[in-house]
Design a protein around this ligand. Structure first.
Ligand code: PLP
Length: 237
């Protein structure tokens, strides 16, 4: 299969899942996760109309962003160290997806302020409560919400999660629901509208769409199996 055929297939599955769950067509954005894949592969997706791409590591994004046409939009979806925040904002990334602590959020707000920007972010939530995972626990997020939502140079667009891998895509459903419910709870508390829910990857994006995802992050189902040994490659978490 070629990248354009896989993209068409995924777009079709997203439309079907939107329809099945009574959501308007086009309510879900496809983020093509290009980490570890070369610019030549990313160009194939570009030539099939894809404009939104996700990279895990800032260093890799710094190589790829300038190598791709300027109308591409980029999300950083991996953990971001505080000392790389300025570089991420300088690169012009549209959304920093995996903000996992108040400390990091405060650093992004401060640096964005210094640069005269408002930085768009998502807050990563640890929806399975595994001690080893990144992200706010739901309790922590609720406890820190007033402080987070008051940070002046941040546009907190919503929540994201990376649930533990499951054999059956349906088994991720409770985790997706927990993220959706948490967003609803925070919306009710105010003052932010939190329009985005970034959830669902290659094997479970259809289930995530049924549960209200607005951004699905799909890598291997578009580009094929990842090889972490190459030079453009990075470590996943
Ligand atoms: C790699 C990655 C993805 C894409 O995973 P696939 O299973 O290849 O679709 C999505 N989200 C994050 C945060 C990732 O690191």
């Amino acid at each position: 299969m070629y990248i354009n055929e896989q993209l068409e297939e995924i777009r079709r599955s997203i439309r079907e899942a939107e329809k099945r769950s009574g959501r308007p067509e086009g309510s879900v954005t496809l983020l093509a996760v290009s980490k570890t894949f070369p610019v030549s592969d990313i160009m194939q997706a570009y030539n099939d109309g894809q404009r939104l791409f996700g990279e895990n590591r800032l260093q890799e994004a710094q190589l790829k962003v300038p190598a791709m046409p300027a109308d591409c939009r980029w999300h950083i979806i991996g953990p971001l160290q505080r000392n790389k925040v300025r570089k991420a904002l300088e690169l012009g990334v549209e959304l920093i997806e995996a903000v996992d602590s108040l400390k990091l959020a405060a650093a992004i707000s401060r640096i964005a302020g210094e640069m005269g920007l408002v930085a768009a972010i998502l807050l990563e939530v640890n929806v399975d409560g595994e001690a080893s995972k990144h992200g706010f626990t739901p309790e922590q997020l609720c406890a820190e919400w007033d402080e987070l939502s008051a940070l002046p140079h941040l546009d907190i667009r919503g929540l994201m999660c990376i649930p533990a891998p499951t054999e059956n895509p349906d088994d991720a459903r409770p985790a997706f629901r927990r993220l959706r419910d948490l967003a609803e709870q925070l919306r009710a508390r105010g003052p932010l509208p939190l329009p985005e829910l970034s959830m669902g990857m290659s094997h479970d994006f259809a289930v995530a769409v049924e549960e209200g995802s607005t951004i699905v992050r799909v890598g291997s189902a578009i580009f094929g199996k990842r090889d972490y040994s190459g030079s453009a490659a990075g470590q996943t978490r």
